[in-house]
Design a protein around this ligand. Structure first.
Ligand SMILES: C[S@@+](CC[C@H](N)C(=O)[O-])C[C@H]1O[C@@H](n2cnc3c(N)ncnc32)[C@H](O)[C@@H]1O
Length: 275
């Protein structure tokens, strides 16, 4: 990921003072326009276009995700249920989670019934802190390995199921297409890819409505208006959603003959693509 500043804790921000990256020296980053470092919720701070998953993010990640993504856990339920349709066909199978963060989903995948427990699950994350957290969270599970690495350059073994849950939207489009192509190549025939990302609405009017509803949901989840706006600033150029149609085209162009949208809530959508 090419971010310049990681999201940092309140303590880190105050110790850097006004000379820290993007810091305005004003309380809560109340510097309108340009670089700003502000509260984004859960004790984290981040500056314009500088959101990253390093620093203190792994410690609060799951709470922050639950306050940022409606139905975050329901999407995990779906990933687990879907996986059972594709693993366990060849004795010991192989599944990947790309961008496994703290291992919340990885642990659930690896323990979701007999076929999943007979499958080897590989989690991959580019951030060292996330990799460590996932290893801790999955400690004691003999069918889980967690590696630190960039999904854009990793090589896949032949596999049965791949999940990218809220991860590929952080990759520039050309790299994203390349990763999806390599996922297709690695899957055994009949295997599947579950892509879950933030998506853009089909037109500007709808994007405006959906963004408003998402922000209202975040308010109800406990984030302040300032935290919501600061988080949006911090994701500028970092999170790069595309539309439903663009995702469908990307999956079809990678070679997947069967693609369907199986989850949609506000600006979040899950696609299953079967080889
Ligand atoms: C929103 S989180 C994913 C959440 C996780 N899948 C879950 O369900 O809880 C995105 C993760 O992708 C990782 N990531 C971003 N770019 C990556 C890349 N190029 N290669 C590997 N991991 C990446 C980040 O470090 C972060 O941990």
């Amino acid at each position: 990921m090419t971010t310049t500043t990681s999201a940092v804790t309140e303590a880190e921000t105050s110790s850097r003072g006004a000379s820290g990256p993007g810091a305005s020296g004003m309380a809560g980053g109340d510097h309108v326009g340009g670089d700003r470092v502000g509260h984004v919720g859960d004790g984290l701070h981040a500056g314009t276009g500088s959101w990253a998953f390093s620093g203190d993010v792994p410690r609060v990640f799951v709470d922050h995700a639950r306050r940022s993504v409606p139905l975050y856990d329901v999407g995990h339920d779906l990933a687990c249920d879907l996986s059972t349709c594709f693993v366990g066909r060849n004795g010991r199978g192989l599944g990947y989670e790309l961008g496994s963060s703290t291992g919340e989903l990885l642990r659930r995948l690896a323990t979701h019934g007999p076929s999943n427990m007979a499958t080897r699950w590989v989690g991959l994350d580019v951030e060292a802190g996330m990799t460590l957290a996932a290893r801790e969270h999955c400690a004691g599970l003999g069918n889980v390995d967690v590696f630190q690495g960039d999904v854009a350059t990793m090589s896949f073994e032949q596999c049965d199921f791949v999940v990218a849950y809220l991860t590929l939207h952080f990759l520039p489009l050309d790299r994203r297409r390349d990763v999806v192509g390599r996922v297709y190549e690695a899957l055994r025939p009949g295997g599947a890819f579950f892509l879950f990302d933030k998506v853009l609405a089909a037109d500007a009017r709808l994007e405006d409505v959906v963004t408003t509803l998402h922000f209202r949901w975040k308010r109800r989840a406990g984030l302040s208006p300032e935290e919501i706006l600061n988080k949006k600033e911090s994701l500028l150029g970092v999170l790069q959603p595309v539309t439903t149609d663009e995702n469908l085209v990307m999956l079809a162009e990678a070679g997947f003959p069967s693609v369907a949208s199986v989850f949609k809530h506000l600006c979040f959508e899950g696609f299953v693509a079967v080889k």
